[in-house]
Design a protein around this ligand. Structure first.
Ligand SMILES: *C/C=C(C)/C=C/C=C(C)/C=C/C1=C(C)CCCC1(C)C
Length: 248
């Protein structure tokens, strides 16, 4: 007899639950962004396409991460970082597209992409090469190196080039929108290091006994907030300024 093993969610597994809802939410958001493209003014279509690509790339990775997690009970670290290495630079593209009308140069985009790749490569080394049983010094060293990239992006969004260009923009919608995205980077992105510190040897793991399964719990919640929320802010900017155009 052949038994086909069907993977289902155990009733008490909150992390599996967030993997499944995360997958569905990312997929639904992508369909929404792709369809809504037809309703916005031409200059916003690329921004909405990028919003949809961010959630779509995440949806595909969630599809695999869900199954990986159910089958092994482990953190899908490689899939997670492949997802982020594609989607975080696309979020940098969103900042660039929003500030382009105010004079943003392509160099700004490259600096943001470099900082995000730095942040993610260091984070990956921290997680994937954490010695068996967990090492605090390893996790702290790579966590701190990663944070340098994060702070650079944070600084650029709040006080640096992105903030200055948005301030100089003649559109109030863009000004307010970029400020909202900067809040996402400050508050929403800060959830990731919390998840990181739950790995074996990480500060929260050592100090409060938070198990390594919490890494995925924090990452899944943060991804939903940041990828879908970020996209909705961009959508809101696009639809509001398209409507302003129509009524003007
Ligand atoms: C859609 C995915 C996003 C927006 C991912 C963002 C990821 C981060 C901001 C990760 C940051 C990290 C640190 C600041 C230090 C510890 C290692 C990381 C990679 C978790």
């Amino acid at each position: 007899m052949i038994f086909l093993e069907v993977l289902t969610i155990p009733k008490d597994d909150a992390i599996a639950f967030t993997f499944f809802t995360g997958y569905m939410a990312m997929l639904a958001a992508s369909i929404f962004f792709f369809f809504e493209r037809s309703r916005v003014d031409g200059k916003w279509k690329l921004s909405l396409l990028v919003s949809g690509l961010i959630t779509f790339i995440a949806a595909v990775h969630y599809y695999y991460m869900r199954d990986y997690y159910l089958a092994t009970g482990e953190n899908p670290t490689a899939l997670r970082y492949i997802d982020w290495t594609l989607t975080v630079p696309l979020m940098c593209v969103e900042f660039y597209l929003l500030t382009k009308a105010a004079g943003a140069k392509i160099g700004l985009l490259w600096k943001l992409i470099f900082a995000s790749v730095w942040m993610l490569v260091a984070g990956y080394i921290g997680e994937a090469f954490n010695p068996e049983g967990g090492s605090t010094s390893h996790s702290v060293l790579w966590g701190v190196l990663s944070t340098i990239g994060y702070i650079y992006i944070l600084y650029t969004a709040w006080f640096g080039e992105v903030a200055k260009l948005a301030e100089a923009s003649n559109s109030d919608v863009v000004k307010k929108g970029v400020r909202t995205l900067a809040w996402f980077v400050l508050v929403g992105w800060a959830i990731y290091p919390i998840g990181y510190m739950c790995m074996p040897g990480g500060w929260l793991n050592v100090a409060f006994g938070l198990g390594s399964q919490n890494v995925d719990l924090f990452y899944n919640i943060a991804d939903a907030i940041n990828k879908i929320g970020f996209g909705l802010v961009v959508y809101n900017i696009a639809i509001t300024s398209s409507e302003n155009l129509k009524t003007a």
